[in-house]
Design a protein around this ligand. Structure first.
Ligand code: ZN
Ligand code: ZN
Length: 420
């Protein structure tokens, strides 16, 4: 029998794996400038951690989460997103605030496999826990957009909304329920039955029946309380001062129940509109309390899909981790194992080196050298080793010189600097 990766998952090879590695490295260096540290937490948690954070009624929990009993009979779930584990870890270890963490993680959803959607995908994200200040919201959105610009992505749209809080959202929810109730028969089939469960989700529905009904629905921006409204205005002011373009999007309700006040989403203008969200996030001022932490511990964060970022880079022809050819290729015609030793010594000096494990003829080794795209070849046989001289050949010009072993590193670095 032959095994295959499970349905809806895939093996990621270079060059995509290299791009993903580079994205994570760039993200790390950017957010570490802002004081965020890497947090590595388990890929699975007690089922309740995700069920309570995302909400029992959410699509993620009710339909998409990987849930299983372990051998001890505990009900566990694979991480469907990054935030809940960070919050659980923060509460468990009583970290001082503000607590700032970033992560890069696989996330799991039992979705119908289709183009661009995987049962295991990968996310980058960060969280700030312990401050309600609009400064955090501004900082987070600034980091998200700066990250995209730092990898050459600038054609995106930032949507910003406030979801209100426990004072004003219930009133808005009532107003929306009344409105949707009066238009019930015009909603899409699914929402005719389900709109009462979570009326805000109807704003998100892509079916034409629902989008047409919600065109005239009451919008949250008109119903924010004084505190939420001034928080929102501060955030928008900060974005303007940083010259970050945004669109106010009162319909923007993201998939998790835990959001309060600021929510945002970044959409790529170079992807198909059904799958153009490359990242987003928002405030979750009640989530710490919901997961058993101290009340009045606000938080905010965002996540981005690494697979989506790769698609956007490809659509824009941007290569952030181009294939690198070796500096040097060893053509070893001697009878001993000189190549791994010489390669090791040169690599210790930061020179990239390749060679054939199976030594062939001069002709076949030279063919490999040319195919590798190396800048220089070092050619040596028994005679050269006895004389202590190595031949260095510039593979582009064919120019050759002989260099003693003791001077080889210097000679190579000099040649590479002239060429490079
Ligand atoms: Zn609908
Ligand atoms: Zn409010």
């Amino acid at each position: 029998m032959s095994f295959q990766a499970p349905i809806g998952t895939r093996d990621i090879f270079a060059p995509e794996s290299k791009t993903i590695g580079a994205l994570i490295a760039k993200f790390a260096s950017l957010v570490e400038l802002a004081g965020f540290d890497l947090l590595i937490s388990p890929l699975f948690e007690d089922y309740e951690v995700f069920a309570r954070s995302a909400g029992q009624a959410s699509e993620v929990v009710s339909k998409e989460m990987y849930v299983f009993s372990d051998r001890g009979g505990r009900e566990m779930a694979l991480r469907p997103e990054g935030t809940a584990s960070v919050v659980r870890a923060f509460i468990q270890h009583q970290n001082p605030t503000p607590f700032k963490a970033w992560y890069a993680t696989p996330a799991f959803r039992y979705e119908k496999p289709q183009a661009g959607r995987y049962r295991q995908h990968h996310q980058l994200g960060l969280e700030v826990i312990g401050s309600a200040s609009p400064s955090c919201d501004i900082e987070i959105i600034e980091l998200a957009t700066s990250f995209l610009k730092s990898i050459g992505i600038s054609n995106f749209t930032l949507l910003v909304n406030s979801m209100g809080d426990e004072n004003c959202r219930p009133l808005y929810r009532e107003a929306l329920l009344d409105y949707l109730g009066s238009k019930k028969t015009e909603l899409c089939q699914d929402h005719q039955d389900r709109f009462k469960l979570n009326p805000l989700r109807v704003l998100d529905c892509k079916k034409p029946e629902c989008t047409s009904v919600t065109k005239d629905a009451p919008m949250i921006d008109a119903m924010l309380c004084q505190e939420c409204s001034s928080h929102h205005q501060e955030v928008l002011k900060g974005l303007s001062l940083l010259a970050i373009d945004f669109i106010s999007a009162p319909r923007l309700v993201r998939g998790f129940d835990y959001y309060t006040r600021t929510t945002f989403e970044i959409q790529s203008n170079s992807l198909d509109s059904s799958q153009n969200a490359i990242g987003g996030g928002g405030r979750y001022d009640k989530l710490v309390e919901k997961l058993g932490g101290k009340s009045e511990t606000p938080g905010i964060g965002f996540g981005m899909g690494l697979e989506r970022l790769v698609l956007v880079l490809e659509a824009n022809g941007i290569e952030i981790a181009p294939k690198q050819s070796p500096d040097v290729y060893l053509v070893d015609l001697s009878s001993n194992l000189n190549s791994p030793v010489l390669a090791g010594l040169l690599r210790r000096c930061g020179i990239s080196v390749d060679y054939s494990y199976e030594k062939g003829s001069m002709k076949s080794q030279m063919r490999h050298a040319n195919k590798s795209g190396a800048t220089l070849a070092i050619i040596f046989g028994q005679r050269e080793l006895e004389r202590g001289l190595y031949k260095i050949k510039d593979l582009a010009t064919g120019e050759e010189s002989e260099v003693p072993l003791t001077a080889i590193e210097e000679a190579i670095l000099e040649k590479l600097s002239k060429i490079g």
